[in-house]
Design a binder for this molecule. Structure first.
Ligand code: PEP
Length: 245
């Protein structure tokens, strides 16, 4: 199983922010887990040019390889920048752009075809959790969004409760444990033994102060981090916590 700390910069950052990528790189050594930063598309090429230990990813891709899709970017084009990851199906894409699980599966397939590692996001709303529907929702999103040919080499799954994203709210460790155990069991059923090696990330208000606790949960292999990935000051402690886990 591969530990991974992934940062999602969302629609934040200009070229000046590349100094943070350099600063994070400078803090990493051979004992650290894999680290990927997903900056806005405008920064993919210069971020890749920095080199070092950090992998670079995009935040979305189109399901088609090319064509009349103004404003979109294909998985091939992302791969052409030197990036190796792409986040697929983040809840902000599902909400802001009406992305369905079918679309997300098609995007993940496009990512795989282009040789990218897809970080597929799933997660429940607060209303779904309060209605006791969390595991049903996760099961539906997994079967709907994850391609049948997903492997530990081309797919990472991020469990991101929507109510925990950017809110400072974090599920209890038992709630994270329940979700991650469920995800692992579902993947083992659908994908077989290789599912044991698929990295399962937790995402939602991860910080240096709660990272050790979150990474102590079985089947949490890392984190997808939004706000706290924007600076070396906040992201490096999370990476170091994952090293210790
Ligand atoms: C995210 O958007 O993927 C996320 C986890 O954000 P934050 O860490 O800011 O809650």
């Amino acid at each position: 199983m591969r530990k991974l700390a992934a940062g999602n910069w969302k629609m934040n950052g200009t070229r000046a922010s590349l100094s943070e990528v350099k600063a994070i790189n400078a803090e990493l050594d051979d004992t650290d887990p894999a680290v990927v930063i997903c900056p806005p598309v405008s920064l993919l090429i210069p971020a890749c040019d920095i080199g070092g230990k950090i992998g670079i990813g995009a935040q979305d891709c189109h399901m088609a390889s090319s064509g009349a899709h103004t404003g979109d970017i294909s998985a091939n084009q992302i791969a052409d920048t030197g990036a190796t990851y792409v986040i697929i199906g983040h809840s902000e894409r599902r909400t802001d752009h009406g992305e369905t699980s079918d679309m997300i599966k098609a995007k993940a397939q496009a990512a795989h075809k282009a040789g990218l590692i897809a970080i597929v996001c799933i997660g429940e709303t607060l209303a779904e959790r309060e209605a006791g529907e969390t595991l049903n929702v996760l099961g539906q999103q997994m079967s709907g969004s994850i391609p049948d040919v997903a492997t530990s080499q081309n797919t990472v799954i991020a469990y991101e409760p929507i109510w925990a994203i950017g809110t400072g709210l974090v599920p209890t460790l038992d709630q994270i444990d329940e979700a991650h155990r469920f995800m692992r069991a579902e993947l083992l059923t659908t994908l077989g033994a290789d599912a044991q090696n698929i990295s399962l990330l937790y995402g939602g208000s991860v910080k240096g102060s709660n990272a050790d606790d979150i990474f102590s949960v079985a089947d949490v292999d890392g984190a997808l981090v939004g706000g706290a990935s924007l600076s070396a000051h906040d992201f490096v402690p999370i990476i170091k916590a994952l090293s210790r886990a």
